[in-house]
Design a protein around this ligand. Structure first.
Ligand code: GLV
Ligand code: MN
Ligand code: MN
Length: 414
């Protein structure tokens, strides 16, 4: 008798709880930043679960982790399904973990049913998706798709740690995973993720089929002034980079998004040097995260950021330097993979809508080398990158069911 592969909802929800305990924060979220001790523990747990089930595990030089289930046709490259296990410093329990653990659940469901797929299927946990500790983000999928990684060796994390050292320790912490070179032919990629925005929940839609991802750019602004005594330096004698930074940020926040409802501008990190209560700072640096679906608008907004920072720095007799640390053009997903997901959704008789992702994901890079697409499920109040992130258990399981059906179809093309 052939069994129909079915997602085991209880098993999946139990796993989500187990992984949420790794790096758990008091406020109910997780802090499992890339290549940290907590990230290593999560990778270890996933690897142990895979080995218990008899799957082969691999990792590459950037610490992408792969779990392989063979197909019936050894000549076919694998279909990849997965997401990431690293988190924001005050991240939620589902961003990344839902897609990775649902992909593993799909692999186990196939194994439980002794179901055969033509192509092998590999679960992937991409390394350093978030980029909050070591910028840029999506390092794992960038390296996998051939990005030049030479400059990454010297990257220093937001906590002062060396990327090269932490990466080496992360790889060494999982000796059971066979090393393979970074990048290989694949037949496709499907990623399940929480929406990280409010639209599915508002429209009571259990599934979003993602057709494209908007572009992202990260800028690092540094405004240089002159350090001075807080008590003795009169206004006329100050070159205060804090005044310039505040004015620039205020101007940008009051123009860019109010004037263009598709634009997103976020200043998420600001630091003053030397950071003394009674000294005018020598320099103030801040980050700018820009998003827009249209590449020409991203260019225009970046130009505006540069102009405003330069002008406000000059007004305080300071100088501004701006470095672009990340540039990820948006991309449209493969219509064939989108159709496979839509067929899976229809076969499960679920309401759904097509949508564009406001967040970036590893799928964006993988889409450059293979047909890729994503499945979104709603999250409460659209909250993500927040410890209060929450997904209704039924929605998590529904997403995994869609992923399983789509993976079966993609791995066994007719
Ligand atoms: C991903 O985490 C993003 O910032 O879009
Ligand atoms: Mn994510
Ligand atoms: Mn994220």
């Amino acid at each position: 008798m052939t069994l129909v592969p079915e997602i085991n909802g209880e098993r999946l929800l139990g796993r989500l709880d187990a992984f949420a305990r790794i790096g758990a924060t008091p406020a109910g979220g997780v802090n499992r930043q890339a290549f940290s001790v907590e990230d290593r523990s999560a990778r270890r747990l996933l690897a142990e679960l895979a080995l218990e089930r008899g799957f082969a595990i691999f990792q590459d030089g950037i610490a992408n982790l792969f779990i392989r289930r063979e197909g019936s046709d050894a000549t076919l490259p694998p279909l990849l399904i997965g997401s990431h296990l690293d988190s924001q410093p005050t991240g939620g329990r589902f961003d990344g973990a839902l897609g990775t653990l649902s992909a593993f659940e799909a692999l186990e469901a196939l194994e439980d049913a002794k179901a055969e797929t033509k192509a092998p299927i590999e679960v992937v946990a991409w390394a350093n998706e978030e980029g909050s500790r070591f910028a840029p983000g999506v390092m794992g999928s960038m390296a996998f798709t051939g990005a030049d990684t030479a400059a990454w060796k010297s990257i220093v994390g937001s906590d002062g740690a060396s990327l090269a050292t932490e990466l080496e320790a992360t790889i060494a912490a999982l000796p059971e995973a066979r090393l393979r070179s970074t990048g290989m032919p694949i037949s496709g990629y499907i990623e399940l993720h929480i929406e990280q925005g409010p639209s599915l929940e508002k429209e009571r839609m259990p599934i979003g089929v993602v057709t494209a991802v908007q572009g992202t750019r990260w800028l690092e602004v540094s405004i240089e002034g002159t350090a001075g005594h807080a008590g003795t330096t009169g206004l006329a004698y100050r070159r205060d980079p804090m005044v310039a930074a505040i004015a620039a940020i205020h101007r940008l926040q009051t123009t860019i998004m109010p004037l263009d409802t598709s634009a997103r501008l976020t200043v998420g990190r600001i630091a003053a040097q030397p950071g003394s209560i009674n000294a005018i700072p020598q320099s103030v640096s801040f980050t700018v995260d820009l998003r827009h679906p249209q590449p020409e608008r991203l260019d225009a907004i970046e130009a505006e950021v540069r102009e405003v920072c330069a002008a406000e720095a000059e007004a305080q007799h300071c100088t501004a330097t701006i470095k672009r640390s990340f540039d990820m053009p948006g991309a449209a997903f493969s219509p064939d993979m989108v159709k496979i997901i839509e067929d899976a959704v229809s076969s499960l008789r679920l309401p759904h809508k097509q949508m564009i992702s406001g967040a970036f994901h590893d799928a964006l890079f993988i889409a450059r080398v293979a047909p890729a697409a994503m499945i979104f499920v709603p999250c409460r109040d659209g909250l993500s990158h927040n410890e209060a992130e929450y997904v209704e258990p039924a929605n998590a399981v529904t997403g995994a069911r869609v992923l399983l059906q789509a993976a079966i179809a993609a791995a066994s093309p007719r």
